[in-house]
Design a protein around this ligand. Structure first.
Ligand SMILES: Nc1ncnc2c1ncn2[C@@H]1O[C@H](COP(=O)(O)OP(=O)(O)O)[C@@H](O)[C@H]1O
Ligand SMILES: [Mg+2]
Length: 249
């Protein structure tokens, strides 16, 4: 993790933003259903960027498109300086992109250790089990518990922990706080802040902007398959009225 810290410090010093993800005019389809109609946003190295929007707006579809698991997509998706618009999902994973799905994808019949060890390590620099247990002490206590026995919070922690082992440096987290108790949401917030400090770059999807506000550097608003607005965290207060309208909260 020391390398990433140095890289971070260097980026801060030079003041230059290093693009990690650049999405331009992304359109995507499920079969005949045209879902994304022009998604534009970018994420720079070391940032936490949040996609906000109502249910059904196209946030998950955007993450899946970046991961290469949507059959038909057009426009341009760049990871670093590489065009991944047509790259297969396993190759995208090996480039260091990780996706933590909304449904978490914990295997019920496997225990915590087995779930942790399941995703292949794709790059050097992944967290060791000891580093993972330092981040998520309760996972260590639950090491031999089956997936079915875990609470929602433990499942979410496991889902995040699992991708940290792989060596991915760009993490996409889809609604990690959904359905969780406030104290667990707070823990997830601390984890995201810690990962940011360690130099990870994070694309977060949230409906809970009060939570997002505790970790995000910037926001984009997704509506009907388009990015319709974007602003920095420092402009959040000034955008609050608009945000209430967009999100209907
Ligand atoms: N597998 C699918 N097949 C067809 N339509 C889908 C599928 N998954 C999602 N959709 C539709 O795509 C739209 C966007 O969904 P999604 O990206 O999941 O939204 P969000 O994550 O913002 O709630 C919704 O209208 C949803 O019904
Ligand atoms: Mg979703």
């Amino acid at each position: 993790m020391a390398d990433s810290k140095m890289a971070d410090a260097a980026a801060t010093k030079s003041g230059a933003a290093t693009p990690v993800l650049t999405v331009q005019n992304l359109e995507a389809w499920y079969g005949e259903s045209h879902i994304l109609h022009g998604i534009n946003f970018n994420v720079n190295a070391g940032e936490v960027v949040t996609l906000l929007g109502r249910n059904g707006a196209g946030k998950t579809t955007t993450l899946k498109s970046v991961m290469g698991i949507i059959g038909k997509r057009t426009g341009s998706i760049r990871f670093g300086d590489q065009d991944i618009t047509r790259t297969s999902s396993d190759k995208i994973a090996r480039m260091g992109v990780a996706f933590c799905p909304e449904e978490r994808g914990i295997f019920a019949s496997l225990d915590v250790r087995e779930n942790l060890l399941l995703p292949p390590v794709v790059r050097p620099g992944g967290l060791s089990l000891d580093q993972i247990f330092e981040l998520f002490p309760n996972l260590k206590e639950r090491l031999n518990s089956q997936g079915t026995k875990l609470s929602g919070g433990e499942q979410q922690m496991l889902a995040i922990a699992r991708i940290l082992r792989t060596g991915a440096r760009f993490l996409m987290l889809d609604e990690p706080t959904e359905g969780l108790a406030p104290v667990i949401i707070q823990q997830i917030g601390h984890t995201i802040a810690r990962l940011k400090k360690e130099g990870f770059t994070i694309l977060l999807v949230e409906q809970n902007f009060r939570f997002a506000a505790t970790v995000a550097d910037r926001y984009y608003i997704v509506e009907h398959g388009k990015v319709i607005d974007g602003f920095k965290n420092s402009d959040l207060q000034a955008n609050m009225d608009k945000l209430h309208t967009y999100l209907g909260v």
